[in-house]
Structures are given as structure tokens and as C-alpha cells.
Design a protein around this ligand. Structure first.
Ligand SMILES: [Zn+2]
Length: 163
């Protein structure tokens, strides 16, 4: 049987966030500090509403942008990583991985409640925050929501949430 579905997607220059990070891998290794010009794309699927659209593009862009703005030009630090230990002081953030230590000005950091700042988990983090915003503030309940985080050209991870 035929069926129809509608999806709206936003991906714009202002959903780019230039941020620093490093990830732990293979349980005992850690990358050197580096950064990416990430780009997020958000799409939502739902039946058409009475105005014949899935969801207001402008509102969706605003939500996505406010979240990418929070991490743009910041050092992204995961607070759920057992090996990357993040300690926030009054003005500095000290990060330890085994015998390595980094220090950052507090205002340059953003703490993320995730295990690692991989593109996959960044996409999930953004996706869950966007979903909360859509449901709580806009009373919009998409059937599918997905967030793509492109780390560099042609290299992206996608988080897909289905109701
Ligand atoms: Zn990286």
C-alpha cells in the first residue's frame, strides 16, 4: 500500500559551530586537542498540520541555532567520561586524562553531559535538547527527529529518534 510522509530539514551556515575537543578511545587512549568546523542539520517528520506544513522552519532554525550557539567557539568537555576528568574551579577548568593535564579559562568551556564528544554523541545531545524544546515549548510531537553532525566535509554522524 502506498503511503506518504513529510520531513522538513534545516541546515544552514549559522548551524556551523567551530569548537575544540578531544575524545578518548580504545579505553586507554586520548586524542590530542583539536577542533572542527562542525555543521548540524536537523530534520523532523510529522503529519501535516492545518497549515499544511510539518513544522515552522523559522522556529526550527531558531531552536537549532540557539543550541549550536551555546557550543560555538568553545572547548567542548564531556562530563560523563570515566577517563577524562573535568574539574571546574572558580576561573579555570582543569582536565586530566591519566598523566596528561589541560587547563582552560572557564568561560571558554562548555560542559556536555555525554560520555565522549564524538559526532554521534553530539548529534544525540543536540537531538534530545531539540526534542525537549519542540515538545515542551511548541507542543509539537514529531514522529521522527534526526540530527546530523558533520565533523568535516563528507564525514558525518546521524542520530535518529523515533517515537
Ligand atoms: Zn575531532
Amino acid at each position: 500500500m502506498a503511503s506518504e510522509r513529510y520531513v522538513v530539514r534545516v541546515s544552514k551556515d549559522y548551524l556551523v559551530f567551530c569548537s575544540g575537543h578531544f575524545i578518548s578511545y580504545e579505553s586507554d587512549k586520548c586524542e590530542c586537542l583539536h577542533g572542527h568546523n562542525y555543521r548540524a542539520a536537523v530534520s523532523v517528520e510529522a503529519p501535516l498540520d492545518e497549515n499544511h506544513y510539518v513544522f515552522d522552519f523559522i522556529a526550527l532554525k531558531k531552536i537549532a541555532r540557539s543550541l549550536t550557539d551555546e557550543i560555538d567557539h568553545k572547548m567542548m568537555l564531556p562530563t560523563g567520561n570515566a577517563l577524562i576528568l573535568v574539574n571546574t574551579g572558580e576561573r579555570q577548568v582543569t582536565v586530566n586524562f591519566k598523566d596528561r593535564e589541560w587547563q582552560f579559562p572557564k568561560e571558554d568551556c562548555v560542559m556536555l553531559p555525554i560520555q565522549n564528544t564524538t559526532a554521534e554523541l553530539l548529534a544525540r545531545y543536540l537531538g534530545q535538547r531539540i526534542l525537549r524544546e519542540l515538545e515542551n515549548r511548541h507542543h509539537f510531537h514529531p514522529s521522527v527527529l534526526s540530527v546530523e553532525v558533520e565533523e568535516s566535509f563528507g564525514q558525518a554522524a546521524t542520530y535518529i529518534w523515533t517515537r
